[in-house]
Design a protein around this ligand. Structure first.
Ligand code: HEC
Ligand code: HEC
Ligand code: HEC
Length: 145
């Protein structure tokens, strides 16, 4: 770290950028938390909807409502549906992506202090009818972050 600080001061921005890239490329737990995150449960199937590295860094952009206009028209289709994330990433134990702190979506988020309001409307469990309808009260899914 002292060495990195030295580079910084020397203005070697490339070295710093490389360092950051290396950090981002590290296994997810380290990349996000720096220290002992619960081990993430592996998703179902062969692979994610996009490259794993890409997903670690950019899943929020794929999912956010506000990006719909720009991104849907490009690489986005139902392929990045939140419902599908839940189908593949629900925990074996809790059946949910965000019922316990170890569950897939909650694991990194609770550590990084990211709070999602998505689960107010969207189901955290596969097979459950999403509450994402203006006509359904928002507390259907219970708990989650
Ligand atoms: C106030 C309720 C509400 C909240 C909060 C909410 N959504 Fe939605 N969302 C909807 C509704 C309604 C739809 C359209 C119906 C549908 O497709 O299920 C939708 C659709 C979507 C879709 C497209 C359909 C799908 O299953 O992929 C995505 C992706 C999505 N939301 C992501 C998110 C994310 C990520 C968050 C949190 C950052 C979030 N939403 C928070 C109500 C909400
Ligand atoms: C078809 C099943 C499937 C779907 C759908 C899916 N994933 Fe994945 N996902 C996986 C698998 C399998 C892995 C592990 C891949 C690996 O180890 O290289 C993974 C990995 C990830 C990772 C990296 C986890 C880590 O260890 O760092 C993130 C983040 C992620 N997925 C988020 C999402 C999001 C968000 C969605 C919805 C937009 C989604 N996934 C949809 C199967 C899926
Ligand atoms: C590998 C760790 C990791 C996993 C697994 C993960 N996330 Fe995230 N997620 C993050 C981090 C870190 C941020 C905050 C990024 C930022 O602030 O720029 C974030 C942010 C988000 C945001 C944007 C929140 C906001 O209000 O800006 C959404 C939406 C999101 N994640 C959805 C999901 C969903 C859905 C899953 C499960 C399918 C999931 N994430 C799994 C690490 C993860």
């Amino acid at each position: 770290m002292a060495k990195l600080a030295g580079c910084l001061r020397a203005g070697l921005r490339l070295a710093v950028l490389a360092g950051v890239a290396a950090l981002m490329a590290a296994p997810s737990s380290e990349a996000v938390a720096g220290v002992d995150l619960p081990k993430l449960e592996r998703g179902k199937g062969e692979k994610c909807v996009e490259d794993t590295q890409f997903m670690r860094r950019n899943h929020m952009d794929l999912l956010k409502h506000q990006r719909d206009e720009t991104m849907r028209k490009g690489i986005r289709t139902t392929r990045h549906s939140l419902k599908r994330c839940v189908e593949c990433h629900a925990s074996e134990k809790t059946g949910s992506v965000a019922a316990s702190k170890e569950d897939f979506c909650a694991a990194c988020h609770s550590y990084a202090s990211v709070k999602l309001d998505c689960w107010d409307c969207h189901a955290t469990r596969p097979g459950k009818k999403s509450a994402a309808s203006p006509h359904v009260p928002s507390q259907v899914n219970g708990g989650g972050q």
